[in-house]
Design a protein around this ligand. Structure first.
Ligand code: CA
Length: 232
């Protein structure tokens, strides 16, 4: 069977530009799908799992950079920003938020296609991870950024969410202080182990039946933490 054509999600609220890009992609044998809002983009990305996303930053229902950060929590294929904001700091913010590349409007179709082909070549066609993480009855939704334990909603701060997500990505395995500080604070500089201890304490109060006798989030003294299914 021939390999299916790469599916490319075009997120752009201006219909003439969107149609123009879609027909250019289709003419190259790619399979474009469209979204005109951030909400529609999230739905299309989760349901269709495109091979790449072209993302306009100025969307009517949300900031494209925020959408980019949410996508990057689970989506590891190329994301190329298409934006009228050509300023240098917008480019840096987009790349920092996880974009693979950046094209300032107006751009030519040959350049867009060249960047897209390069980005697609860099990624393999392996399975995209599920946008949820599970460990026993604990479930994190990386798109909605919600947490449930045994079907009950648990409210987490963004920092608690990021640390718990890192632990759940490595469920059953030891996660070092350094890894957790990087996941929570973005870099190893400036964050103290004491801050980490405090957030772990807060997470235990929310996810453990008895926070003083943790059965899920275990301390590995001097090294880090390990998340498991609830132990007896
Ligand atoms: Ca726009």
């Amino acid at each position: 069977m021939p390999t299916p054509e790469p599916v490319v999600l075009v997120v752009e609220d201006e219909a003439p530009i969107r149609r123009f890009i879609v027909s250019a992609l289709a003419a190259q044998g790619l399979s474009p799908i469209e979204a005109a809002t951030a909400t529609a983009a999230t739905m299309a990305a989760t349901s269709r799992r495109p091979d790449a996303i072209l993302l306009d930053l100025g969307l009517p229902d949300g900031d494209g950079l925020e959408l980019l950060r949410q996508l990057r929590a689970w989506y590891d294929r190329p994301i190329i920003i298409l934006s009228a904001r050509g300023r240098e700091d917008d480019k840096v913010a987009g790349l920092d938020a996880g974009a693979d590349d950046y094209l300032a409007k107006p751009f030519g179709v040959p350049e867009l296609l060249a960047r897209l082909r390069a980005a697609l070549r860099r990624t393999s066609r392996e399975q995209i991870p599920e946008p949820t993480l599970c460990c026993g009855d604990l479930v994190l939704d990386l798109v909605e950024r919600t947490c449930r334990r045994g079907g009950q909603d648990i409210r987490l701060t963004p920092l608690e969410f990021n640390l718990l997500a890192e632990l759940m990505r490595h469920a059953g395995r030891l996660v070092t202080h350094r890894q957790l500080i990087a996941a929570g604070w973005g870099s190893t500089a400036g964050a103290e182990a004491g801050g980490l201890r405090l957030v772990v304490h807060q997470i235990r109060r929310k996810v453990e039946e008895e926070p003083s006798l943790p059965r899920r989030l275990h301390t590995e003294v001097g090294v880090g933490y390990r998340l498991t299914e609830a132990t007896a």
